[in-house]
Design a binder for this molecule. Sequence first.
Ligand SMILES: [Zn+2]
Length: 112
Amino acid sequence: MEDRQKVLEALREELIERVDRYKVHKLRLENPLDRDMEEQAIELENEEVIDALEEEAEEELRQVVHALERIEEGAGEQCERCGEGIDPRRLEAIPYATLCIDCAELEGRAQA
Ligand SMILES: [Zn+2]
């Protein structure tokens, strides 16, 4: 369990850094110095990709932070929906899972 907390904390740091990098990258894209139309079109496409990546990282970060809160409350290994224990193998595969496999499926989410 302590290990899982460490894994999550490392993941949180990594995600924060990743989101920062995307933001910096986007700032640079938003300053189209003297690019021609074709280059600007390519940059626009890149920005959409980066937006999607940033959103993904932010969503994962939210889950990681949430899972850490659950651990601090002493409920890190309990499903937050039904209260049953979460399969340790599931926690190993998805350290930020806060739902058991059944509830995750019920919620119809691919996420934790
Ligand atoms: Zn459950």
